[in-house]
Design a protein around this ligand. Sequence first.
Ligand SMILES: [Fe+2]
Length: 246
Amino acid sequence: MRILIVGDLHSNYQALEAVVKDAAGSYDQVVCLGDVVGYGGDPNRVTEWVRANSQVTIRGNHDRACTGDTVIEWFTGPAQFAAEWTNAALTPENRLFLEQLPAGPLAANGFYLMHGSPRDEDEYILGRAEAAYLYPYLPGDICFFGHTHIQGGFGLRRGVAWALAAPKHGENETVHQLEPDTMYLLNPGSVGQPRDMDPRAAYGLYDSEAKVFVLRRTPYDIKRAQKRILEASLPLFLAERLAHGR
Ligand SMILES: [Fe+2]
């Protein structure tokens, strides 16, 4: 089975469209790591795509904040503003879908999905030390996570963690053959709001038979996504950051 892994789409339909086009023919199934909405200007179009195409979806903190959860109190001003706007803009069907998403970690086809970390859906896994510390909490060998908006991930063996290389500027992908007797925390990156200084949309492809994980980047129409944010009267900062990937 070849699986397209998307996360942190953040209402950016232009980025999602580019990912789907770039990945066409390379996957049989889709899974989603949460943060379908929040920040961007197209919450309904992105939610409708996830509803129609993702076989397994878990919730992110923004999906909760945009459907009335008190987690919104912890958000920055622009994120709060966008969450309130999103809540009002969502159709009742889309809001209900997001409201009912399960929390991770969730088992799916021999791997696990989580938004933040295996012990807390709101926790950020940013470095090797955090990954090594979380080793006892991992529910299985292959865990996909998001939340940081930083593409990459970690391999873990006998208490030692190492980082997986993401595509550099000028590269479209990095290919990782997963090893036996090793645990993995794998982050496909953010489709709709990358924060790793690369503005291209990020996603992952996993081949469960060959045990190969590919990290990919694709350019998209950033100007159009920015226009959608401004048309919704969302904070300018949310549009500007897309151009910088941070
Ligand atoms: Fe996110």
